[in-house]
Structure formats: C-alpha cells, structure tokens
Design a protein around this ligand. Structure first.
Ligand SMILES: [Zn+2]
Length: 345
C-alpha cells in the first residue's frame, strides 16, 4: 500500500505540473482531491488493513494529501497571476475616449423649504421634535380632541393598519406626544415629517406629503403671538413685503382656528392667476390650542395656553418655485431637481 501511495503521489504531482490553465488545475483538484478521488478511496479502504497498520497508513495518506494540496495551491496562485497578466496584455485603454458625466445630486426643493423653515424657528429658540409615522389612533385623533365617531375624522381619510394603528394623517400627534413627555413644562417645537391620507393622486393631491407642525405652550401665549410668528414666517418664505391676514376656520384641536393668507408675491395684491385674482394666497392652518387638548396632555388650561400651526411643505414649495404638479416632487427626475440649484437665497 505504501508503494501504491507513492505512485499516486507521483501521478498527481505530474498532473499538477502539466496543467497550464486555472481550469485544468481545477480539474486536477476535483479528480484527485475531491470526494470521489483516489485519496478519499484510500482513506475509505483503511478499514481492510490490519489494526496495527491503520494509524501509520492514515498518517501517511494525510501527509501526502497535505503535501499535494500545498503544491497545487502554489501552482494555482501562479496560474491565476499569469491569467491576469495575459488579460492585461490583451487590453488596451483608449485615453482619448470622453468620460461619462457623473450626475451630481442637489438639495430637493422640499428639503430646502423644510430647512429654511427650521432655520427660522431654531433662531427663535424652537426645538425640532419627531414622532413615528405609524401612529396610534389615540395620538393621531383622540388626544387631539377627536374622539372615536367624531365627524371631523372624515376630514382626514386615513390608512388604518389595524384597529388602533394608522399612518399618521398629520404631524399633530407629535404635539400630543411632546406635551405628554414635558409634563406641564413650557414647549416651543417644530415637527417636520411625512403624513399620509387616502387621496387620489393628481396635480394638487398626493397620498403622502410633508407637513411641518409648530407648537408653543406657556403662560400668557396669545393670539397676537401666533399672528406675529406667522407674519415672520410669511416674510421669510415669500419676501419682506408680504402681509398676512387671518380668516376664521375650523380645526377640532384649536379654538379659535384660523387660515393664514399672504398677500400675493406675484402681483403684490392687485390680482393675477397665482392668487386667482383675489390678491391673497392661502398658506396654512393654525389656531390656539384647544383646552381639551391641553387637559388631555396634563396641562391646566386655566394656567397655560398655546398656539399651533401646520404647514404643507409641498404647497410652499409649489408656490415658491412655481411648480405646477405636486407629483414632480416624488419622481426623482434629476432634470427637475437640478432646476433648483440656482434659486437659493
Ligand atoms: Zn396675484
């Protein structure tokens, strides 16, 4: 058996030397070292040997297998290197070919609007707050003075995930969560984020959009504070000559509630297509935080008051940049995004 082993070793080593490509060498490895190869057969046949010879022969076979494997691995490294060299020698590089232009990204117009608004409010001491997009019915509706069965829930067609969970229909649940966390402390926050409503997508509607919520709570917070804040916001976003006006409105979580308009930035108030000949453009909804909302979050409506507002980032971006179809914001078309490069500032 020792002679058999030595002959086999000789045979494998010759085959390894003879292999001139990676593929040929791989075939040698499979044929001799594989599960069906002669070395495995030898090991399997050990059982037929007398018991005292088995350990010695086993060691010899293993030793031979290790040696052959080492030679084969070394040869493999050589052949692989040769293959790479041969490939490089065959390739030529034409350095005169023009390069492929790399498309460089740009801040998305919605990001710009959100960052501008954040900057304004951070400058006034607001904090940025965030909350989950999959929200509990409690925070999305109940804690905001919208108990189950309240007719105003129909104002916001919702995507329910289960009886108690839904995709938030507005960023207002972040208000409720923050109030609960702050336990009676004063609050000044701004919460940007995605919101979802069951709407058919068209030029002015999207089932998903960005909202920015603002909330201030403290002692002696008055309607005039809200008006002053919104006036700053209107001027920051649409120019220092803008004026604002507040119209009465209804939201279940604020009382009184208002809609804010700005004087048209296109015609200055004389009437044009942007302002639908009215001289005013509707911008956002706001109001004084409803006493029920304060109470549910553990605030005493006799001692503190607050205001809240909600801005649609898409609406602001559409007005500011003259975008006619809301769907442009979501198509990731670089030609669209790149237009906003030079509109900064
Ligand atoms: Zn106008």
């Amino acid at each position: 058996m020792e002679a058999q082993l030595s002959a086999l070793k000789q045979e494998v080593l010759e085959k390894i030397q003879a292999a001139s490509t990676v593929k040929e060498l791989q075939d040698v490895r499979v044929a001799y070292l594989g599960k069906k190869g002669p070395i495995t057969d030898l090991l399997k046949g050990m059982g037929k040997l007398p018991a005292e010879e088995r350990p010695k022969m086993g060691a010899l076979v293993n030793e031979m297998r290790q040696e052959v494997t080492a030679v084969l691995d070394a040869r493999m490294t050589e052949l692989e290197a040769a293959a790479v060299e041969a490939q490089l020698a065959n390739e030529t590089i034409d350095v005169t070919l023009p390069g492929r232009p790399v498309q460089i990204g740009n801040h998305h117009p919605l990001t710009k609007v959100i960052e501008e608004i954040e900057d304004l409010f951070i400058g006034m001491g607001y904090e940025i707050a965030e909350g989950p997009e999959v929200e509990k019915d409690y925070y999305n509706f109940e804690a905001l003075n919208l108990p189950k069965g309240h007719p105003a829930r129909d104002m916001q067609d919702s995507f329910y995930i289960s009886e108690e969970l839904l995709l938030r229909t507005h960023t207002s649940p972040v208000q409720a969560r923050t109030m609960e966390k702050k336990k009676g402390e004063p609050i000044r926050i701004i919460c940007p984020g995605k919101v979802f409503r069951r709407d058919n997508d068209d030029a002015t509607h999207s089932h998903q959009f960005m909202q920015i919520e603002g909330l201030v709570i403290g002692e002696n917070i008055r309607m005039t504070d809200l008006k002053g804040t919104l006036d700053l916001l209107g001027k920051k976003m649409f120019g220092s000559n803008r004026e604002i006006r507040l119209r009465p409105s209804f939201f279940p979580f604020t009382e009184p509630s208002v809609e804010m308009d700005i004087s048209c930035f296109k015609c200055g108030g004389s009437g044009c297509s942007v302002c639908k000949r009215t001289g005013w453009i509707e911008i956002l909804g706001a109001g004084m935080v409803h006493p029920n909302v304060l109470e549910m979050a553990g605030y005493d409506p006799e001692k503190v008051s607050g205001f809240a507002f909600g801005i649609g980032a898409e609406r602001i971006a559409m007005l500011k940049y003259g975008v006619e179809d809301i769907r442009h914001f979501y198509t990731n078309d670089m030609r669209f995004i790149q237009q906003f490069e030079r509109t900064e500032g």
